[in-house]
Design a protein around this ligand. Structure first.
Ligand SMILES: Nc1ncnc2c1ncn2[C@@H]1O[C@H](COP(=O)(O)OP(=O)(O)O)[C@@H](O)[C@H]1O
Ligand SMILES: [Mg+2]
Ligand SMILES: [Zn+2]
Length: 506
């Protein structure tokens, strides 16, 4: 007897359906599993056998052959456990697979038969839905995540015993009321009002939030660089529905959606702040058996904050060039490649020199000129050249300290109306924020005022800016224009964008 169930393997965000075919025949009792390349998969045999026995089902003492196809796809070990167990029991005529028609089965088994959560459920179900999958059998722990996709009926189980009973015809006992806690949006715990002074940094952050422009903050320790960065998400608009699903999918593959999360949908732009010891694989993605997204993809549609950026090794930080240029990253591993979106806003923070004190009235820097230069050189040219806005922060004066800052809510309102202006302007083009205006469009439909451009040509001539900078400044000028409610960037606006671009200590 032959029986087939379906599961799915992810390559990047794309799912490939996997057929799991079980064949049970007479002969010497054996248990062969074919089409499972990675080492974790041989363990699948033991888990499945033990889980079936511990669920009270009969283990067929026959010649069992299980094949996962197509064999060429990379397959993670554990997500196929449930589908393997069901195919096997179907072939043994222990149960009917009628209820699994058009169904995707995902779930890891423990030796005692419990069904454990697996990563990547959301992108798996989204992909399945595009390939005629109409129902999904999921671990209970992943139920909320699967339920984010419309058009696929979700059945969730926490023990193989219950799943077997359901296949045999018993009523479905899953508790759909679990989903009622969705949409609970977490209130942000931090606010710009907590930050005194640093007005020009705040201005740059606001402009950056309007257009998605990359930004660097340079200043001595303790002036509020980290505080400012952490508060950026509080002034950004919420993600659109499509972006929320995509961002949540990336976090799901990375195993960052906790099991049983009551409201797993990420609708606030992510803020990802890796430590400066991060590796290249950690930053752009990688892995062994399967390819996982890195920090730059987890920061997709949000902020990638690199604190103490000069401490990051040069090859690691330079690996950001590809995602910054393309908005996605393609990773190759053992001849296989996966692509993840990575459209993030980069925010760098740095001290001006190793001791940190070459900025400020007192200038109590103790670094040698050579040490300072080496430190600055660690932030490589290629990355700095892709930074739109550069701000220098100074120690707070006493009067600054006494002032409370403007609230995140009121800054967010300005950002939101500026974004609306941009969106209206971009109604007929495929991009929606200023940082994404192509260079060719800056020369035609989206050019600043003529007399404003002459400023930039002068700066180019003086080698104050690069050609890349020339374009970047114009995009920033559009964001400033949107905040100032100008229809086109004026000379004063472009001047401001230029000043925010070149003012740098690095
Ligand atoms: N502008 C500021 N307004 C209010 N508090 C500040 C400000 N700058 C620094 N602080 C205080 O100093 C601490 C360190 O700030 P932090 O943002 O970590 O500085 P940096 O990242 O520049 O070293 C904060 O936790 C906060 O208590
Ligand atoms: Mg800091
Ligand atoms: Zn110094």
């Amino acid at each position: 007897m032959i029986a087939i169930t379906q599961s799915l393997a992810l390559v990047g965000l794309t799912g490939h359906l996997i057929d799991i075919e079980a064949d049970i025949g007479n002969g010497v009792p054996t248990f062969n599993l074919l089409g499972l390349p990675d080492a974790a998969l041989s363990e699948a045999r033991d888990r499945v056998r033990s889980a079936i026995i511990n669920s009270g089902a009969n283990w067929p003492n026959k010649r069992i052959t299980l094949a996962l196809s197509p064999a060429s796809l990379p397959k993670r070990g554990s997500a196929f456990d449930c589908a393997i167990a069901l195919a096997l029991l179907g072939a043994a005529e222990e149960l009917s697979l009628d209820r699994l028609r058009g169904a995707l089965v995902l779930g890891e088994l423990t030796l005692d038969g419990r069904i454990k959560s697996v990563p990547g459920v959301l992108p798996s179900i989204r992909s399945g839905a595009l390939q005629n999958i109409t129902r999904a059998i999921l671990p209970t722990e992943n139920y909320q995540e699967g339920a984010l996709v419309s058009g696929v009926d979700i059945f969730h189980f926490s023990h193989l015993r219950e799943l077997i009973a359901w296949c045999k015809g018993s009523d479905y006992l899953g508790d759909d009321s679990l989903s009622s806690s969705q949409n609970a949006s977490a209130s942000p715990l931090v606010n710009f009002s907590e930050i005194s002074g640093q007005e020009s940094a705040k201005e740059a952050l606001e402009i950056g939030a309007v257009g998605g422009h990359h930004l660097a903050m340079v200043g001595p320790p303790g002036v509020g660089k980290s505080m400012l960065a952490e508060r950026i998400p509080t002034i950004l608009p919420q993600l659109s529905e499509g972006d929320s699903l995509e961002v949540t999918s990336l976090h799901s593959i990375a195993g960052r959606i906790s099991p049983n999360a009551p409201a797993p949908l990420i609708s606030t732009p992510p803020f990802i702040a890796p430590h400066h010891t991060i590796t290249r694989a950690g930053l752009i993605g990688g892995g062994s058996a399967t390819i996982s997204p890195g920090a730059c993809s987890l920061a997709h549609r949000g902020i990638l904050f690199l604190d103490e950026a000069p401490e990051i090794s040069r090859p690691v930080i330079e690996s950001l060039r590809e995602p910054m240029e393309l908005g996605e990253v393609t990773l190759t591993r053992l001849g296989r490649s996966a692509t993840f979106p990575a459209r993030f806003t980069l925010v760098l923070a740095a001290n001006p020199c190793p001791c940190g004190w070459s900025i400020g009235k007192a200038k109590r820097c103790t670094c040698s000129p050579l040490a300072s230069r080496r430190y600055r050189e660690r932030l490589s040219g290629p990355i700095l050249d892709r930074i739109d806005l550069r701000v220098e922060l100074e120690p707070l004066s006493q009067s600054d300290l006494l002032r409370t800052g403007e609230s995140s809510e009121s800054i967010a309102a300005r950002v939101s109306s500026a974004r609306a202006r941009a969106a209206a302007r971009f109604h007929a083009v495929p991009w929606s924020i200023n940082s994404e205006i192509p260079a060719s469009a800056l020369r035609s439909d989206f050019a600043p005022e003529r007399k404003a451009l002459s400023l930039l040509f002068q700066a180019l001539d003086d080698e104050e800016i690069t050609v890349r900078g020339f374009h970047r400044i114009q995009r920033v000028a559009w964001s400033i224009a949107d905040l100032r409610e100008e229809d086109v960037p004026t000379r004063a606006t472009v001047d401001r964008a230029l000043a925010l671009h070149v003012r740098e200590k690095l």
